[in-house]
Write a protein that binds this ligand. Structure first.
Ligand SMILES: NC(=O)C1=CN([C@@H]2O[C@H](COP(=O)(O)OP(=O)(O)OC[C@H]3O[C@@H](n4cnc5c(N)ncnc54)[C@H](O)[C@@H]3O)[C@@H](O)[C@H]2O)C=CC1
Ligand SMILES: O=C(O)C(=O)CO
Length: 325
């Protein structure tokens, strides 16, 4: 008998057809109140779940006694209680690698947009306020040759370092759990303590996961170490930053600008002070959002889920202790 799969993310026709061949599929098209009610109804029959952007807590998981595997269409796994999944022996998989380059592109887009004031000046043109040649009040700052600081030197951090070093001649400094000699050799990068990095980098970029250890890693004390010309970029998770402290630092001119793809609460509320600041570029958690990459992520998640339901080890298993050969 085919296994029951609940999707809470719509997939391409090609991937839907693949899933339908192997499983009975229930599709929850959106996670509004109606969709969530349908999800709760479907969970008691589910052997597999596939989706993203939903906090799957113990209360929801307890509705699914037969659940064997969850395939997250994301590399970040902060929406899951991994200890609880492991205790229940539910296999959790994610989608690393396939989104690395695209997310690093987004990071670099934010670096360029903030430093060169792209959004602010383009809005000025659109508003009919371009009446004479630009003067110093509208000048930005250089990106090439400036020091790129990366916090969390993993896949995306490395891809960002490559762009900075090879494309823009930027000295790279980084902070991570431990030094990475291979990265240092490839990009002439240098390891720094967190405090040193915050004091020395022109661009401070967050590329680490949200965990108990990294939640609110960057707060008032950390912003106080940055320099007035520093630009802060967050493409990791909003909760790694104390957002009120960030707003305070921007408001007080303690840093020059911020490029933010992620926020404490998403979608970002329209009344956020961040949206009143010309030196903030805010994007809607679009790090991996290209046609090609989202399809690759979905394909990876389908592969992971079908493998798990067929009794094979998924390629991207997050909680390997559940797996028994
Ligand atoms: N904005 C977006 O749309 C996207 C955001 N992301 C976020 O980026 C994160 C990173 O993704 P990858 O590079 O693939 O992960 P990764 O696991 O390859 O890299 C993360 C790095 O951070 C380091 N790290 C973890 N905790 C740390 C700590 N307390 N102090 C210092 N370093 C620490 C790890 O050692 C690792 O080197 C994801 O977990 C996700 O939250 C990922 C994709 C898209
Ligand atoms: O994969 C992730 O973790 C994201 O944030 C979306 O691509």
């Amino acid at each position: 008998m085919k296994k029951q799969v609940v999707l809470y993310k719509k997939l391409s026709a090609l991937l839907m057809a693949r899933l339908h061949e192997q499983a009975e599929v229930t599709l929850i098209e959106s996670l509004d109140a109606d969709g969530l009610a349908r999800l709760r109804d479907a969970l008691p029959r589910a052997h597999g779940l596939l989706g993203a952007s939903l906090k799957l807590d113990a209360e929801l998981l307890d509705l699914a006694p037969d659940l064997e595997a969850i395939a997250s269409v994301s590399v970040g796994v902060d929406n899951y209680d991994i200890d609880y999944l492991t205790e229940r022996r539910i296999l959790l998989s994610n989608t690393p690698d396939v989104l690395t380059e695209t997310t690093a592109d987004t990071g670099f887009a934010l670096i360029l947009a903030t430093a060169r004031r792209v959004v602010e000046l383009a809005n000025m043109v659109r508003a009919g306020q371009w009446s004479r040649n630009l003067g110093p009040a509208h000048f930005g700052s250089d990106v090439h040759g400036k020091t790129l600081g990366i916090i969390g030197m993993g896949r995306i951090g490395e891809a960002l370092a490559q762009r900075g070093h090879c494309g823009f001649g930027m000295p790279v400094i980084y902070h991570s759990h431990s030094p990475k000699p291979a990265v240092e050799q490839r990009f002439n990068a240098q390891y720094r303590s967190l405090g040193e990095l915050l004091q020395q980098a022109d661009f401070i970029c967050l590329t680490l996961p949200l965990t108990a250890e990294t939640e609110r890693l960057i707060g008032a004390e950390e912003f106080a170490l940055m320099r007035p010309q520093s630009i802060f970029i967050n493409i990791s998770r909003g909760k790694v930053v104390d957002e009120a402290a960030l707003i305070e630092a921007l408001g007080a001119g303690r840093i020059r600008a911020a490029g933010l793809d992620v926020f404490e609460r998403e979608p970002l509320n329209l009344d956020s002070p961040l949206l009143q600041m010309d030196n903030v570029v805010a994007t809607p958690h679009m790090g991996s959002a290209t046609h090609e990459t989202r399809e690759a992520m979905a394909r990876c998640a389908v592969d992971n889920l079908l493998a798990a339901l067929a009794g094979e080890r998924p390629a991207n298993l997050v909680n390997p202790s559940v797996w028994k050969d």
